[in-house]
Design a binder for this molecule. Structure first.
Ligand SMILES: Nc1ncnc2c1ncn2[C@@H]1O[C@H](COP(=O)(O)OP(=O)(O)OP(=O)(O)O)[C@@H](O)[C@H]1O
Ligand SMILES: [Mg+2]
Length: 476
């Protein structure tokens, strides 16, 4: 009976915010109640899934999003309140309707305090069920609409915005505001992926210069003469093949800003000419006799220590000092871990909107892992990890399983000793540790032969092997 669809509803079926038939998950251990609810609700046009216990229900929630959850509070195994807590933890916007026994108003009140939307008292009338669900669904649609509205607004306000509330990021915001309006050159230093280009854009945006007049120069491995002609342009006939004159990037950026990405790669011939533009505020196009006056704000970035290059004689000292009037150092992400949750949220919103997926958060376990990771690739690496997880996710909240193996590697190993079962660890962490212990002990009893361990445990060998990999169990 799982997930059976309505044949022909008498009325317009209840719809979710996207206009699809509303989905209801019923978690109840009594077959008769499941059957009754299934009949009433399918007849009305709901798309319904039945679960006989909390564990099954939670698994269904991992597979898809439900508009409404009907939850019996008296459940075997993981109880109703535990289940409610877990459901709300995974998605605070879940709309849960509890089923309580007649006369147990206290538990209904407790459930409402824990975030349930409403409750039904057994025995219930069909109309009560339908009315309660219809109110719940309206509430759910509102939440959904609010969420997408909020996201659209945030998306707009945040394009190109530097996310971060750590002391170093707050300091950065202050510094940008302060230096943006001036003409001084800025040197931005930071590891790859720390946001140097974003900072350069922010400086330009707040400089009061025309928004479009922002030119990025990526000199990379460009030969000196090509870079020179790109930067300063040339006149017709300046060299063989120069059949037309061409404007250089300095002229294109006139009135605005020019951003030298990875300034350290600029060859020494060009370094001399750059110095001249900075000092004289004018330059000579290739083959020209008349110099051109420009007003261009120069911003440069590097991810290597420029001062060291100067000491080694690979970068002009005078240019270094000219560029380094204002110095901005971007700290690596691992030194401002407190920004990870904000950044993760920011990228989830970005990629959820881009991929039209209802993903809106990460589980506490996944977040802990993200915060603890060392992020050699800094914010860019975090962005890539989140994009991948959002694309692969089939539930509204990103769990551990969607994070790359490499990240799972730095998860601290569980401490030896008895597994606490008093809620010190979450339900799933406890289960993982139990699984690990069962597998390790069985492997030991069969001298590490996986096939035999699988047979003893009554598991498919492939399943056991997957578990061993997922839990990173090493048996020697
Ligand atoms: N503070 C931040 N808030 C939001 N997004 C950020 C932040 N910092 C970096 N990003 C994002 O991370 C990615 C990498 O940033 P950016 O390209 O500015 O880094 P970079 O320092 O120039 O790296 P590289 O040295 O490799 O060129 C971009 O997609 C950028 O939008
Ligand atoms: Mg860059």
């Amino acid at each position: 009976m799982m997930g059976s669809r309505v044949e022909v509803p008498d009325r317009e079926p209840p719809r979710d915010a996207r206009g699809e038939a509303a989905r209801v998950l019923v978690i109840d251990d009594e077959p008769i109640i499941r059957e009754v609810l299934h009949d009433i609700l399918t007849r009305e046009g709901y798309f319904i899934t039945l679960a006989p216990d909390a564990e099954t229900g939670l698994r269904s929630l991992e597979q898809q999003e439900y508009d409404l959850i009907i939850l019996d509070l008296m459940l075997p195994g993981l109880g109703g309140f535990e289940a409610l807590k877990e459901i709300k933890r995974r998605d605070p916007d879940s709309v849960v309707v509890m089923i309580t026994a007649y006369g147990s108003i206290e538990s209904a009140v407790q459930g409402m305090r824990m975030g349930a939307h409403d409750y039904l008292t057994k025995p219930f009338k069909n109309e009560d069920v339908l009315r309660t669900l219809s109110t719940g669904l309206r509430h759910r649609r509102l939440l959904d609409e609010n969420r997408s509205l909020r996201r659209a607004l945030e998306g707009r306000a945040r394009t190109g915005e530097l996310v971060g509330r750590s002391p170093s990021m707050l300091e950065l915001h202050r510094l940008i505001e302060q230096v943006a309006p001036s003409r001084s050159t800025v040197l931005i230093q930071g590891e790859s992926g720390t946001g140097k280009e974003l900072v350069a854009q922010a400086i330009h945006r707040m400089s009061g210069r025309p928004p479009d007049a922002f030119v990025v120069v990526n000199s990379g491995s460009m030969p000196a003469d090509l870079l020179e002609s790109n930067l300063f342009g040339h006149v017709k006939g300046a060299f063989t093949g120069a059949i037309q004159s061409k404007k250089g990037l300095f002229e294109v950026a006139n009135g605005g800003s020019i951003f030298f990405d990875e300034i350290s790669t600029v060859k020494s011939e060009v370094q001399a000419k750059l110095l001249r533009v900075i000092q004289e505020k004018e330059f000579l196009a290739l083959g020209a006799v008349q110099s051109v006056q420009v007003d261009v704000r120069i911003i440069a970035a590097t991810n290597i220590d420029l001062q060291e290059l100067v000491m080694r004689g690979e970068f002009r000292e005078d240019l270094y000092y000219r560029l380094n009037v204002i110095n901005i150092k971007l700290p690596p992400l691992r030194e401002r871990k407190e920004d990870v949750p904000l950044l993760a949220d920011h990228f989830i919103a970005k990629y959820a909107a881009e991929n039209r997926k209802p993903v809106h958060g990460v589980t506490p376990e996944a977040l802990a892992l993200l915060v603890e990771h060392t992020w050699q690739g800094n914010v860019r690496e975090l962005e890539n990890v989140i994009e991948r997880a959002v694309v692969l996710s089939s539930s509204p909240v990103i769990g551990l399983e969607l994070l790359p193996e490499a990240l799972q590697g730095d998860r601290p190993r569980p401490l030896p000793g008895p597994i606490p079962m008093d809620g010190t660890l979450s339900f799933y962490e406890t289960m993982e540790r139990l699984e690990r212990e069962i597998i390790l002990k069985t492997l030991k009893s069969v001298n590490g032969v996986q096939r035999r361990a699988a047979a003893r445990l009554g598991l498919n060998p492939t399943t056991l092997n997957e578990k061993i990999k997922r839990l990173k169990i090493q048996y020697r």
